[in-house]
Design a protein around this ligand. Structure first.
Ligand SMILES: Cc1ncc(COP(=O)(O)O)c(C=O)c1O
Length: 416
């Protein structure tokens, strides 16, 4: 048991290295970019996942499966909580949740006092949207390409409080970051209170310059909320460095945690001004972030198992993970970009995307393309037809091989 896990009270996974220590030491000596292309290493890592041999899973953007060590730890935590039952909930649950928050704060590189555990990005961000002291006539800024559940929450706030929502349309191939900053700036008015911006757009994989947009918006007195559903534990960054006010993410996407785990980061001075969705116990201080997500009785074993997912993530390291994920996307997109009949709905500049990309085939509706890829080639993707994007989203993960992407490239070429 390592010291961190011991202090947390939960047995360590023993995943201080992702593979057996001597093998890992050899691979870990490589620079992230070199390791990203070292297929033998990733084939070994693939052994940590239990994959359905019947199809190639390129839809890891919705929920990415836990690795086997994390799954085993999760099952063990379910047994542990079940065994201790009410006694666990009365005597240990709060301390264990705090220990997990501390570990997650280390990954997010933020103070634990600014971080809450939630069930997902929807809960995190809808709480922020609904929790403002809106006045009729206030305005909010967002994009056509933002995620549905946040857009509908803004629509609810519009109906309920008379807030005006302004949507910008994000170009796929901006000439510069400044073009995007200007775009968001152009939608800000006298009464704008809140600006939502996606760190990584889910339908195209486009990464937005959130730090620059946040600097601009905050200079105009507008609070900035970042949708980090796809960016957290995918890209390497520290949440406070983005300069925003609120950040929400799902941990069951790129951290590889059990389903139903998310985070909400709130800049310290913004905590007191938010209304929680569910009223917390009265003794919680106004600036205590746990006031915001009082849940009632909840699956405490998920809180515990999150530590296993964190351990797995840290053993590999965020920089290596990001480098491999970008390598995989570039591997296949570079082989189809510019081909007749194939449309890529993802920026061509490699810095503006990572694992996620979207591709269409001329003359094929997205749903038809997804269906044929699955039924004829056993390649699982998801059809997207929204905000001007027509194609299938392709999302590889750490266990994806170059050979699987070769199969995708061949299938697209044949269909085009
Ligand atoms: C950009 C974005 N925001 C928010 C969400 C919502 O995440 P969740 O369903 O985990 O709450 C998603 C889910 O795919 C997403 O892609």
């Amino acid at each position: 048991m390592n010291k961190r896990a011991f202090l947390g009270g939960v047995a360590s996974l023993g995943v201080t290295s992702v593979l057996e220590p001597p093998t890992w030491a050899r691979w870990a000596a490589l620079e992230p970019l070199e390791l990203a292309a070292a297929e033998d290493f990733w084939l070994e890592l693939r052994g940590k996942y239990r994959l359905d041999p019947d199809y190639i899973n390129l839809e890891n953007g919705y929920y990415s499966m836990m690795s086997q060590p994390v799954l085993e730890a999760f099952v063990e935590r379910v047994r542990e909580v079940n065994y201790e039952a009410a006694r666990f909930m009365r005597t240990r649950a709060d301390a264990e949740r705090l220990a997990t928050r501390k570990e997650l704060a280390r990954v997010a590189r933020c103070p634990v006092e600014e971080l809450a555990l939630t069930r997902n990005t929807t809960e995190s961000l809808d709480l922020v949207i609904a929790g403002q002291d809106w006045q009729a006539g206030d305005e909010a800024v967002m994009a056509e390409q933002d995620y549905g559940t946040m857009l509908t929450m803004f629509e609810q706030v519009q109906r309920r409080h008379g807030v005006t929502c302004r949507r910008v349309n994000v170009p796929l191939e901006p000439r510069s970051d400044e073009e995007l900053v200007e775009l968001y700036a152009s939608a800000i008015g006298e009464r704008t209170r809140l600006l939502m911006v996606c760190h990584m757009i889910n339908i195209t994989g486009q990464i937005l310059p959130v730090a620059k947009i946040a600097t601009m918006a905050r200079s105009k007195g507008v609070a900035v909320m970042v949708d980090g559903a796809h960016a957290f534990a995918h890209l390497e960054f520290a949440i406070p460095d983005l300069g925003c006010d609120y950040y929400g993410a799902s941990l069951h996407k790129w951290l590889g945690s059990p389903l139903g785990a998310g985070l909400l980061w709130v800049r310290k001075e913004r905590i007191a001004g938010l209304w929680p969705l569910l009223a917390p116990p009265p003794e919680r201080a106004q600036d205590d972030i746990t006031r915001l997500n009082h849940l009632g009785t909840h699956p405490a074993h998920t809180d515990l198992a999150l530590r296993a997912a964190i351990e797995f993530h840290e053993a590999l390291g965020a920089a290596r993970k990001e480098a491999r994920l970008r390598h995989l996307q570039q591997y296949w997109t570079s082989r189809v970009r510019g081909r007749k009949g194939i449309v890529l709905n993802t920026p061509s500049d490699p810095r503006r995307s990572c694992a996620i990309a979207n591709v269409g085939v001329e003359g094929l509706a997205p749903a038809e393309l997804a269906r044929r890829l699955f039924e004829e080639q056993r390649i699982y993707t998801v059809a997207i037809e929204r905000a001007g994007v027509r194609g299938v989203r392709v999302t590889p993960h750490l266990f994806t091989t170059e050979a699987e992407l070769d199969a995708l490239v061949a299938a697209l070429a044949a269909l085009a």
